[in-house]
Every structure is written in structure tokens, then in C-alpha cells.
Design a protein around this ligand. Structure first.
Ligand code: URA
Length: 229
């Protein structure tokens, strides 16, 4: 793993690039919202785009949806300073929903951030985050709660927190966060890249118990491991 100091410097470089990126700023309003949290997080949350409050303050998830998200994070026992919060887009779209082109462009910066942060788990909050990170159109209603493993990373699909104000979605989103709680408590070895060397027998045993635990964490849908794009 890269040292934390090194990571902070690399994140600061990405922030500078975003702040001077003319394409990012097109058809948007307000300040850039790069992201905040630990530079060495186990979990990264990816939303859609900054809202009004975020564009004013330059901080992600500080409005109503953000408060829901931060509460949900705390509820499952995670410290919000130990995770990282960011978005598919770094500026507030002037016309509400982000365009496909804006998501495609924002992806460049987001993937750079994820490369530096190198989390074990990425929570995709809504369809814009899924399109950006997985490169797939996802119907959240059908796929929320899915756990996807790619290249040693775990992706959990859930609703955008702004939809959680609808009671039915709020309920399923809370269930998705319970699943996240289980994923967080799985042993570190789930991340193949960071695996600590083990004796062959231990490794077999760990693999066995890991897959039972993972199956328990994701009973609804089995998504085959795919290669990242
Ligand atoms: N919604 C998002 O997707 N991101 C924010 O930062 C705030 C609201």
C-alpha cells in the first residue's frame, strides 16, 4: 500500500486538475466538490453530483441527502472520518440530472481518485455512480443490494440517498447498509491484492469460510466475477 502522505499528495494533485478542468465546469454552477474523508479508506461512497448545499460549501453530502448518508454510515458503526465520500461529477449540473457526456468525463477524475484511495469496498449510490464506475446501466430498483467482485474490489449497489426519503426505498437502503456492515467485518483477505501470505492449509480454510460468509452477505443475487473495463 502507498504511504498515506503520498496518497494525500496525489489526491491534492487530482483536486488541482479538477479545479482547472474546463470540461468539468461546463454547464455547472458553484464550487468544485472533490470529496472528503480518509486518504486510506476501507470504504468509498460514490454519489451522483453535488447539490446546492454542496456546491456552496465545496463539501460532499452536506445537504439533506448527505445527512441521511452520514447517519446511515454511523448507524452501521463506521466512523465517517475513516471512509471517503465523493461523486461521479465534481460540479453541480446546471440543469439537474447529469448528462451521459458529463458522467463519461467525470469518470476520468473519479477513477484516478479510486486508484489512489485503493479501497477494499466501493458503495455505488445510485445509477450515475454505477454507470461511472462499472460502466453499466443499472436499474437500482432491481439491482440494489447486489455485491460485485472485480479485480479484488467489492462493489455494493444501493440507492442514492436522496431517494431514501421515500419510506420503501429508505427501508431497502437501510437493508443494503446492513449488508455493507457485514462486508466491512469480513476479513481483509477478501481483497486479493492486499492478501497477507498464509500457509496453504490456512489459505484453503480461509477461502472456504470467506465464500460462505460472502454468500450469506449476498444471498439474493450471485453476480459472476467480471473483469473491470
Ligand atoms: N447528492 C450527491 O450525489 N452528492 C452530494 O454530494 C450531495 C447530494
Amino acid at each position: 500500500k502507498a504511504p498515506r502522505k503520498n496518497k494525500s499528495a496525489r489526491l491534492a494533485r487530482i483536486a488541482k486538475q479538477v479545479e482547472s478542468c474546463r470540461r468539468c465546469r461546463q454547464h455547472t454552477s458553484g464550487n468544485a466538490v472533490i470529496g472528503e474523508g480518509s486518504s486510506d479508506p476501507e470504504v468509498v461512497f460514490v454519489g451522483e453530483a453535488p447539490g446546492r448545499m454542496e456546491a456552496e460549501s465545496g463539501r460532499p453530502f452536506v445537504g439533506r441527502a448527505g445527512q441521511w448518508l452520514r447517519r446511515a454510515i454511523q448507524r452501521i458503526g463506521l466512523d465517517e472520518n475513516s471512509v471517503y465520500l465523493t461523486n461521479a461529477l465534481k460540479y453541480r449540473p446546471a440543469h439537474g440530472k447529469p448528462s451521459q457526456a458529463a458522467i463519461a468525463h467525470g469518470r476520468i477524475h473519479l477513477l484516478q481518485q479510486l486508484d489512489v484511495l485503493d479501497p477494499r469496498i466501493i458503495v455505488l449510490l445510485g445509477s450515475a455512480a454505477c454507470l461511472s464506475v462499472l460502466g453499466e446501466r443499472v436499474v437500482i430498483r432491481k439491482r440494489h443490494g447486489s455485491v460485485i467482485e472485480r479485480n479484488g474490489r467489492i462493489y455494493l449497489i444501493t440507492s442514492h440517498p436522496s431517494a431514501a426519503r421515500f419510506p420503501a426505498i429508505g427501508k431497502t437502503a437501510r437493508q443494503d447498509f446492513e449488508k455493507l456492515k457485514q462486508l466491512v467485518s469480513l476479513p481483509q483477505q477478501t481483497k486479493a491484492r492486499g492478501a497477507t501470505p498464509q500457509a496453504p492449509r490456512d489459505r484453503r480454510r480461509a477461502r472456504r469460510s470467506r465464500s460462505t460468509r460472502a454468500a450469506r452477505a449476498s444471498p439474493a443475487r450471485k453476480v459472476p466475477a467480471e473483469r473491470a473495463k
